[in-house]
Design a protein around this ligand. Sequence first.
Ligand code: GDP
Ligand code: MG
Length: 299
Amino acid sequence: MDYRAGYIAITGRPNVGKSTLMNHLLNHKLSITSPKPQTTRRSIMGILSDQEAQIIFLDTPGIIEPKYHLHKAMIRQIQSSIVDADALLFMVDNTIFGANGKVDFDREIQSIKKYNTMHKPVILVINKIDLVVKRSLLPVIEALDAAYPFKSIVPISAKKKDGLKDLVSELKNVLPIHHPFYDHETLSEYPERFFVAELIREQIFYYYKEEIPYSTEVQIAEFLEREGRKDYISAVIYTERDSQKGILIGRQGKALKDIGTRARRAIENFLNRPVFLELHVKVSKDWRKSDSKLRQLGY
Ligand code: GDP
Ligand code: MG
């Protein structure tokens, strides 16, 4: 049988479950997730390989109306992932099922048309079906099918790992015949320091309310592997204002210490080895609104 390999961009509005799906397909937590929207800022690559195919996923930030320069950078990430992709996995969730049996997916169809200018095949995934009544699915699938020429429509629950097998076989069908791009063991091609920064960011998303997570960025300043000792990681948390710096650090440094402990555990779990983690907080005034500061932060 011919081997298939290629790229799938996972797109859709924030919070529909894109990162959860990629993590569960790979059985590995590559993408950070949280109940807050816009957790993912850059496209995260994850690679699923088996005997038949290699699927390279690009988990993109959610599609949003841009408000900050940061958002424009996030949208550029979505667009370039779509350019690189052989097909799109467009995800919607149970929120398209409105009250009184109403279904509203016009907005979703419009954004597919807006982003898929190159007319790549689109697989529509309806996620979070654990939250909907099963018999309401069929009419919705029929309506969606009439609204756009989807390659296929697959209902799943990413969280409960329901429907993932069907989804993978649909994805394999749209990939071109190609030899694998990566070794079978490779899960992603980003360096560890990237994931370490993401795991720290994730703790900040869980720990703080509204404003802080969104005005925060994490950069790894040092990542040293030390012979016979724990790895040494030093990270800087950038905030937009002095007042946010105060909140991040907390009274007598308690908040920062808590985040540090939680992040260190998550990092050790990810790297499968003990690390020493040091966190610093710095102000980079209004970094989300400054193109030059965004560039310095690698956007
Ligand atoms: P993303 O913004 O699209 O990447 O969404 P995330 O993967 O970060 O998930 C957003 C929220 O939806 C998280 O709280 C997930 O636990 C939740 N979620 C994801 N998939 C499912 C699902 O299949 N069922 C339910 N009930 N919740 C889910
Ligand atoms: Mg995400």
